[in-house]
Design a protein around this ligand. Sequence first.
Ligand code: NAP
Length: 287
Amino acid sequence: MSAAVIDGRAVAEAMREQVRAQAEALHGQGVSPKLVVSLVGEDAASRSYARNLERAGQRVGVNVAIDVLGDATSEAELRKRIAVHAQDPRVHGIVLAQPLPAHLTIARIGDAIPLDKDVDGTNPQTLGLLALGVGAFVPATAAAILLLLERSPAWPLAGKRVLVIGRSRVVGLPAALLLLAQHATVTIAHSRTRELARAIRDAEVIVVAAGVPGLVRGDAVSAGAVVIDAGTNVVEGGVVGDVDFAGVSAVAAAVTPVPGGVGPVTNVMLMRNVVRAAEHARALSSS
Ligand code: NAP
């Protein structure tokens, strides 16, 4: 079997069209959807994330402002700064570029972002609302994973055995919650999981977000499985995912590549959330 490659770039472009049209409609009503990216310190990955968001915003008509703060910014100072954006009616979404400097942790700061501007699900309450299935912004990477599954032969997911490898609050956990909401039978694996190979073999759908190159190999996956690779690992010679792409392609029904899979869809899903936040704010202000 040779797997179908799920083309994240094409999925992203189709979604971008939709988001662009929604943003245009807002512009027509005098609203400019705006995202603030709080960037603390000099970390190269955080800077590159912020710049990528700037470009992603330009492509759909979302104004992205990068709020640069010094390396030594304290938690109290960062909270104050976020509060300024939280109170600004021209700002519709706030995200924190990660990784943060070591003295700041997302788990402690996340609640500074108000729920109506929490477009990447950083506030722990957003995750709680997601778990209960009551109106919250869906973290962008998890939303991208679901959209790619929707475009795969595994859809619909009801009753299917889905394995999520990784339980982080930004990717694995929200993805698992969304999969559960689709009535999949969800297993979550992590670094302490015993017999991961057996869990992989058992799964009809595998979503991996572990940050371990080559973790999911072709000889472990069952024929006909659908594999979504959220891993983004910088190695010598480029970026690779968590999946042995060549090996898995030989047995799976469908697989996402890295690069060109989850990554391109993620930023568009974030912009979609910003536009939704702007639409919501406009509806509230005119009611
Ligand atoms: P993270 O916070 O480090 O979490 C990694 C998760 O994988 C943890 O739950 C960890 O288990 C688990 N894990 C690590 N090694 C494992 C192993 N050998 N077997 C099974 N589970 C293992 O990372 P993250 O932020 O979720 O990111 C995960 C990957 O996704 C990274 O490559 C990251 O770059 C990528 N990512 C991609 C996007 C995108 O848009 N495409 C966005 C965000 C992240 P424990 O909980 O037990 O430690």
